[in-house]
Design a protein around this ligand. Sequence first.
Ligand SMILES: [Cu+2]
Length: 224
Amino acid sequence: MPRIFLHSPAPVLACLLAFTCHTSRLAAGNVVVIVKDTKGQPVTDAVVSLIPLEASAPAPLHPPVEPVVISQHGEEFDPYVTVVAVGTHVSFPNLDSIRHQVYSLSKTKPFEIPLYGSGTEQSILFDRPGIVALGCNIHDWMSAYLVVVETPHFMKTAGDGVARLAELPAGRYRLDVWHPRLAGESRRDLVVAAADAATQTISVTLKPDRRIRRAPDGAGGGYK
Ligand SMILES: [Cu+2]
């Protein structure tokens, strides 16, 4: 084999590539994750990620070319929870007519964008995995989370508590579920088999929602 490779690398490489592409296409499985709370209610905004455990086949992350957007709109972050792969740029455009000052004190990525007005877009590179809690120095109630994962296989649950992860190369994975109000950790190992469509139902315990509530407009509550 080494001799063939040395003398004619191109055909051998072509064969290897064709074989890899062919088998990975055949060996893809799907996983449907349903996240519920302890009362059986669907949990929205849960981040589901599958981290490959086969050391021999690290998954390329493919961060998007264009920045992912977390805007400030109506004096709130939109969306509340975002998940991206390591190496992704995120921009924070201000869609309001007032100014915001977005920051994070997280260990994963501490940063601050100095006070900026409408339309300003500055992107930040998120180059380490972890949780990034976001805030605004001007508006205490503004809160959002960015989850940076070291895998291309991730999704956020919709209102029905469901996340669908498709085209997963067969193999062993660690399934992580994260939510802003998660009590403790939620992770388990699973094996994805070729042509599989496994459903994982995960029950999580959520802490009470302690987000600061905005004072209603005109109520003089002092939040604005
Ligand atoms: Cu603000």
